[in-house]
Design a protein around this ligand. Structure first.
Ligand code: PMV
Length: 315
């Protein structure tokens, strides 16, 4: 028997622009998904006591395929990460499932879990963009995802797909006293649709490319601010990133309402992830007031701690 747990994540800077080769920064959250895998000789593969069903258990089906596990396995899963709330619940499930399967055969290294989980997410979601979510959940802490090298930052690993290549750099989180408050609009939006919407904009006008480059500049400017623990600067840059994402067309009136509502109680706020609905985040030292403001504005708040540890697996 083996089990693994993996954290959720939020993207702090650079969503969408990362698909076009600009940097992104993501941090792991103190909410986790745990998966236990028990070999069931002579039995059938099950998930929480139910027969494995591709339509419901696509991540488990893909994890078994990617890791070449053909023996029957009884899985049990439990998740403390709200689903469809921009907190990386699906990436965490992929990482924890791969972590548990790897641990059945020996030590499960975070890099191996990250590579397998990226393949799982890629197939499960019909060809997704970057390995940001799965690598952040596997590695934990805070990562800079960028093809370009950064002097002074350790590269945890590198992942390539086709022509594209991402280096996962480890970034020091200088703001241990701060919370992130996630505000979920409750509006469901598919990442693929938002990525396609941005692609249409990029195809139509050079202006969209300028906006993506400027989002990249914001992420690059955030690096020293995060390392130094300059919350005021990080907050300003989050606000700028939100405005640029709004220009790209991926914010919504609901997201703007939550970002505006939380501003008096935070250093800065922005939408997180693909937008079109989904969630926003605020960086704050007043998490309860920020959460109340989000609730009053019609959102569902979650107070979380960033920079959490990555996948933990044992057999
Ligand atoms: O919606 P999320 O949290 O899975 O984030 C998507 C981030 C994008 O940059 C829009 C796409 C990607 O694959 O990087």
């Amino acid at each position: 028997m083996a089990s693994a747990s993996a954290p959720g994540k939020v993207i702090l800077f650079g969503e969408h622009a990362v698909v076009y080769g600009e940097p992104a920064i993501a941090t792991a959250l103190d909410l986790r998904t745990r998966v236990t895998a028990r070999l069931a000789p002579g039995g059938a593969t099950t998930v929480n006591g139910q027969p494995l069903t591709p339509a419901w258990h696509v991540h488990v089906v893909e994890a078994l395929r990617v890791l070449g596990e053909t023996r029957p396995v009884a899985f049990s899963t439990e998740s403390g990460i709200p689903s469809a709330a921009g907190m990386g619940s699906s990436a965490a499930l992929s990482v924890a499932t791969c972590g548990a399967l790897l641990a059945l055969g020996g030590p499960a290294e975070p890099e191996a879990a990250a590579r397998a989980a990226y393949d799982v997410e890629w197939s499960a979601q019909g060809g997704r963009g970057s390995p940001t979510d799965t690598s952040t959940s596997s590695h934990g802490r805070t990562l800079l995802v960028d093809a370009a090298p950064h002097a002074g930052l350790r590269v945890a690993w590198e992942i390539a797909r086709g022509e594209r290549r991402w280096r996962l750099h480890e970034l020091d989180w200088g703001l241990p006293h701060l919370s992130v408050v996630v505000g979920n609009t409750g509006v469901r939006a598919r990442t693929a649709d938002q990525v396609a919407k941005v692609a249409r904009f990029v195809g139509r006008t050079g202006f969209a490319k300028d906006v993506l480059r400027e989002i990249g500049d914001v992420a690059r400017e955030a690096l020293p601010a995060l390392r130094k623990g300059d919350a005021v600067r990080v907050g300003e840059l989050m606000e700028r990133n939100h405005r640029l994402l709004a220009i790209l067309g991926v914010s919504t009136p609901e997201l703007d309402r939550l970002v505006n509502a939380v501003r008096p109680f935070s250093f800065g706020a922005k939408l997180t992830g693909s937008g079109g609905g989904g969630s926003m985040i605020a960086l704050t030292d007043r998490p309860n007031e920020a959460a109340q403001a989000i609730r009053r504005a019609g959102g569902a708040p979650y107070v979380v701690k960033p920079d959490a540890p990555g996948v933990e697996a044992s057999a």
